[in-house]
Write a protein that binds this ligand. Structure first.
Ligand SMILES: [Zn+2]
Length: 380
């Protein structure tokens, strides 16, 4: 079997769609009008992704407010926010260019998703010729909706976690039932949890182990056969062409991350300076048997934050080097992150979101071609 390759999930939203989302927030257009723009962007994303020769595609998350807020709100501006949430949550991440992303805040229980990933998947599958995967948000990310200190009145943190685990399991099961071949769980908060940023209170609380345990409460509800197709994505963030936790050494994250009993991992790597040392860490800490499944390690070979298109030869060289440390039968390739996890993203280094879309498809094609080259070279 050739080396498997898989995208993370998102693509930049066309500027026309971003404008429509803002107009919707201002009440200038209706949800039906916004839906027309979403449909157009999803169809274009799926068709162009399929044209790269990639076997497992997505709708580019064009319908979503973001990778983390899709279950909670229709837009990042808070239109259609779930009733028991408020827009004034804490900071999620501080980025080096000075911009921030903020969280919603839980006001009362019980916690329920407003939208599930399968809602978008069911629309996407009507537009696709081939197979689709689905990304979902990790329960660990959504723990940050609960106040860091104190308690939500009448709803303990424990009650919240119980509801969260149920909802996340449902999100994954519904994605598979709708026809997703694979489901990957976005876990960007894992690396950020090790950052200890004085200007971002939640990062200084050693939450990584708690995150891993909570995510395993969801993952362990699935059989080994199901977990083969359940992945975890790690990255140092990817928003407005910058990253929130690239300065955190992987040695702080990986030993804990591979304790999650997922069947595969999508791991940012292309934007790292010293890739070889990280391949080595992955080889040391990933498990050949995670309660019945081998952990397949998809290494990032494409940097979505940089407009330069990698060559297939560069992709091939990364995989060949990685194969010295990661067993060939547990090696795959991916992009470092989604190309735009948040819906409002002007992709400044690319000039515009529309230019960034064109570049994203070229990059995906380079990953597909380079992974084929590596499979030939490694005789897989
Ligand atoms: Zn990511």
């Amino acid at each position: 079997m050739p080396i498997p390759t898989e995208p993370v999930g998102s693509l930049p939203r066309p500027i026309k769609l971003q404008d429509a989302m803002r107009a919707f927030d201002k009440g200038e257009i209706t949800l039906e009008q916004l839906e027309v723009e979403r449909d157009e962007a999803c169809l274009d994303s799926i068709k162009r992704m399929e044209a790269t020769g990639q076997e497992l595609n997505t709708d580019g998350e064009q319908r979503w407010s973001s990778f983390a807020t899709y279950p909670l709100s229709d837009t990042l501006g808070g239109s259609g926010l779930a009733q028991n949430l408020a827009v004034d949550g804490g900071i999620f991440a501080n980025f080096p260019d000075g911009h921030q992303r903020q969280l919603f805040r839980l006001k009362s229980g019980p916690f329920r998703y407003k939208n599930y990933a399968s809602d978008a998947f069911n629309k996407a599958k009507k537009m696709a010729c081939g197979c689709l995967k689905q990304a979902v948000i990790a329960p660990s990310m959504l723990t940050l909706l609960y106040p860091l200190d104190g308690e939500v009145e009448g709803y303990t943190r424990e009650q919240f976690y119980n509801d969260l685990v149920d909802e996340c399991e449902k999100d994954i099961r519904q994605s598979f039932s709708a026809g997703a071949k694979r489901v990957s769980i976005d876990f960007t908060e894992g690396r950020l949890a090790c950052r200890n940023d004085p200007a971002n209170p939640w990062t200084g609380r050693n939450m990584l182990e708690e995150f891993v345990k909570l995510n395993n409460r969801v993952i362990d509800r699935f059989s080994a056969e199901e977990r083969v197709n359940i992945g975890v994505h790690t990255c140092p963030g990817g928003d407005c062409d910058t990253q929130h936790s690239l300065d955190v050494p992987y040695s702080k994250l990986l030993p804990s991350m591979f304790k999650m009993n997922a069947g595969y991992f999508l791991i940012q790597l292309a934007s790292e300076d010293d890739k070889e040392s990280i391949y080595k860490l992955i080889g040391e800490h990933s498990r050949a048997d995670a309660n019945g499944v081998p952990q397949v390690c998809f290494i990032g070979v494409i940097n979505p934050q940089n407009p330069r298109v990698e060559t297939p030869q560069e992709v091939c060289d990364d995989l060949v080097l990685a194969s010295q440390y990661i067993p060939k039968e547990r090696l795959g390739s991916t992009d470092d992150c989604g190309f735009s996890p948040f819906s409002w993203d002007l992709k400044p280094k690319h000039g515009s979101p529309d230019a960034a879309r064109d570049i994203a498809f070229e990059k995906i094609k380079a990953r597909i071609d380079g992974t084929k080259l590596a499979s030939e070279k490694l005789e897989i």
